[in-house]
Write a protein that binds this ligand. Structure first.
Ligand SMILES: NC(=[NH2+])NCCC[C@H](N)C(=O)O
Length: 414
């Protein structure tokens, strides 16, 4: 692609542009009843979460990173043309089961009457049943089916949106726009789709390696760009082996892609480590953070190395040793695996829970992490990593850290 709008050929090259979402009213629309479905373990105090997020964004800007906000980009994309906004809204409603009928009409009218900025904000924060006048006769069973009267929300809030890593993933000059696993997050990638398609900064300047129109699931927290040839992808609660294989096929055969190796790493399928980047990140050319809990007692795990095979097929090789596999695919003689919480039985799981392994690398050997994971941070420093700590009491309650909260769009090549 000539003149691409995205350039991400590593996890560690100097970060130049990143996509963020400041937590908003959506976070205050979590209740104890909906918490689990909305993938939260607690209800963050929004005011403090926003302060913390602003501090995070400011830390990035101070280090020369341009910060873009997905909701601002969405407003700009949808404002390009009334038809685009209409198309977006229809699709949004349709994906929520309101393709037609009274509820559709009422929501459509309510939302189109808003300024585009307010509409986008509203879609993130959710639309409550009592906000709109639904006191009209249902025209069809479909209306009833689409709106469960015991649910206070007609359109659910999107409180996970501040984890901008997941709805999409930048890879080389392109992106995967992700079909996400749980309904609570699926609408998030529709914003990405419209931004990539219609925002003048991106339209026609991004390779779409995989669209969201799939039945198999994948999320950005599982997609790591180790270098300009090699990806690591988690096979996890959120990403299926089928998606990994499909993406590998696309990247191996698309002429705009220079990726020829995908390391598929199987991790436990649970909420504490829903994505690979909660247990494994790259912090330098030969240094990684790793949570020891992903390996069995003998230090082994299930890893498949995918490479191009015959006739557009994918060749697969089974490995069990993470360190050895990384050395092989990255052509390294030595490797430094830095253990979360120094590998301690209590500290490691505690700090992993609060995203101690979820480092955002902003240059080789330079990372942003949560201040609460002080043991892991100390370990990083002992291994000569420069650590910028950010405040983290409330943001961490959503089970994501600095890597989860950021989607790199441009990194300098190494
Ligand atoms: N890349 C990540 N690790 N993201 C963390 C996402 C956390 C979010 N609550 C979820 O369950 O989806």
């Amino acid at each position: 692609m000539d003149n691409p709008a995205i350039n991400v050929n590593s996890e560690i090259g100097k970060l130049k542009t990143v996509l963020l979402k400041r937590p908003g009213a959506e976070v205050e629309n979590i209740t104890p009843d909906t918490m689990e479905r909305l993938l939260f373990d607690d209800i963050p105090f929004l005011k403090i979460a926003q302060k913390e997020h602003d501090y995070f964004a400011e830390t990035l800007r101070k280090n020369g990173v341009e910060t873009l906000y997905i909701d601002d980009l969405a407003v700009e994309a949808l404002s390009e043309d009334d038809d685009i906004k209409e198309k977006f809204l229809e699709q949004y409603l349709d994906e929520h089961g309101y393709g037609s009928g009274t509820t559709h009409d009422v929501l459509h009218e309510y939302l189109t009457d808003l300024e585009t900025k307010d509409m986008v904000e509203k879609l993130y924060s959710g639309v409550r049943r009592n906000e709109v006048d639904l006191d009209v006769k249902h025209e069809s069973l479909h209306d009833l089916a689409g709106s469960d009267a015991s649910d206070p929300f007609l359109l659910d809030p999107l409180p996970n949106a501040y984890f901008t890593r997941d709805p999409q993933a930048s890879i080389g000059s392109g992106i995967t726009i992700n079909r996400m696993t749980f309904a609570a997050r699926r609408p998030e990638s529709l914003f990405t789709e419209f931004v990539m398609k219609y925002h003048p900064r991106f339209a026609g300047k991004v390779d779409i390696w995989r669209s969201r129109n799939h039945t198999t699931r994948i999320e950005g927290g599982d997609e790591l760009v180790l270098n300009d040839h090699v990806l690591a992808i988690g096979v996890s609660q959120r990403t299926s082996s089928k998606s990994v294989e499909g993406l590998a096929k696309e990247l191996f055969t698309n002429k705009d892609s220079h990726f020829d190796t995908v390391v598929a790493i199987e991790i436990p399928h649970n909420h504490a480590m829903m994505h690979l980047d909660t247990v494994f990140t790259m912090v330098n050319t030969d240094q990684f953070t790793v949570f020891p809990g992903i390996m069995d007692e003998a230090g082994k795990m299930n890893i498949f190395v995918l490479t191009p095979g015959d006739n557009g097929e994918v060749r697969m090789e089974h490995h069990t040793d993470l360190g050895e596999t990384l050395k092989q695919v990255l052509h390294l003689s030595e490797l430094d695996l830095i253990l979360t919480g120094n590998g301690d039985d209590i500290v490691a799981p505690r700090e992993q829970w609060n995203d101690g392994s979820n480092t955002l690398t902003i240059a080789p050997g330079e990372v942003v992490t949560y201040n609460r994971n002080y043991v892991s941070n100390e370990m990083l420093r002992k291994h000569d990593i420069l650590v910028h700590e950010v405040i983290s009491s409330e943001l961490s309650r959503g089970r994501g850290g600095p890597r989860c909260m950021s989607q790199p769009l441009w990194r300098e090549d190494l």
